[in-house]
Design a protein around this ligand. Sequence first.
Ligand code: PAD
Ligand code: ZN
Ligand code: ZN
Length: 375
Amino acid sequence: MSTAGKVIKCKAAVLWELNKPFSIEEVEVALPKAYEVRIKMVVTGICHSDAHVVTGTLVKPLPVILGHEGAGIVESIGEGVTTVKPGDKVIPLFTPQCGKCVVCENPEGNQCEKMKISIPGGTMQDGTTRFTCRGKPIHHFINTSTFSEYTVVDEISVVKIDAAAPLEKVCLIGCGFSTGYGSAVNVAKVTPGSTCAVFGLGGVGLSTVIGCKAAGAARIIGVDINKGKFATAKELGATECINPQDFKKPIHEVLKEMTGGGVDFSFEAIGRFDTELEALLCCHEAFGVSVVIGVPPASQKLSVNPMLLLAGRTWKGAIFGGYKSKNSVPKLVADFLARKFPLDPLITHVLPFEKINEGFDLLHSGKSIRTVLTF
Ligand code: PAD
Ligand code: ZN
Ligand code: ZN
């Protein structure tokens, strides 16, 4: 029975309060309005940015349907939609590409003016929501809300991908993989023969390792307090892995000694002030580039003496690996199909959607890299 033109009742994971488990609820998903797309989700990954909302590290309005690393099939489209049609395999884009704003028109940068990660948001572009649960409107999350059997997104926040793509794998291109990989190849622009340090070897940091290797780095040093991540890091290209807890001195000093003055490129894929500073300090003071990937705690500040940059260091950051999403995601999917990079080693667990809280427990315990939930 066709669902097009009807309100859909389906299951979704609703976060009602901070620091509480997700509640699997029946929600109503309204019709897509003009320039909107309703998607039947097939799979969704769990990313640490979702967990940051649960803990309040990333401030977003509640109640909310989280999830931003998904893949699905277009169920129906609103008036005026031209870039996707029902039946297309798609990936929702938490960093949209409107194609018209000053950022989209600039060859550099990718944080389209239609969405800013730093503002609370929580609605469609028209300021309203398409989700209702127990009679209450439920907020959207960064234009995606993939923790629902059906979701509605703006057309600028979704892209068609190759019909041959395995959704249970390429969903990672919707966030973790592209964020990490792009941070190495686009944002830092890692050079052949260089030395890199990657702080945090979760789904994002390991994808950074893959990117550093693809860019031809000669040495890739993984840094993590969980030694359980080292084997996969080495499989994906890390040449050495170190645990800061094994040393008495700060880890940037250890890294400087290991590399004769500092690494060429460093990446922080954790989201902590202390490690963001250590990553900055471990890159060479004259030519090092340090990239912030991890989402830092909200409404707190890190005090840094600009002297750290005066000798020539570069400190930068990026959302979604610097990729302009609509242009890049289909190409990344094609590259995956052409076996230019692996995704399988990043997917350690596959669970039915209803076990979402188990998936988050696996993330917090450090036992998983990525858990993919299937609908
Ligand atoms: P994850 O939890 O899978 O991985 C984090 C890793 O950091 C784990 O392996 C931890 O053991 C390790 N770690 C924790 N504390 C320390 C420490 N003190 N020293 C060294 N290692 C430590 O998370 P993830 O890979 O999904 O995400 C990583 C960060 O990237 C997180 O802050 C997330 O919000 C952010 C992110 N940013 C973007 C973006 O567009 N910039 C996109 C996706 C994720
Ligand atoms: Zn993410
Ligand atoms: Zn734009």
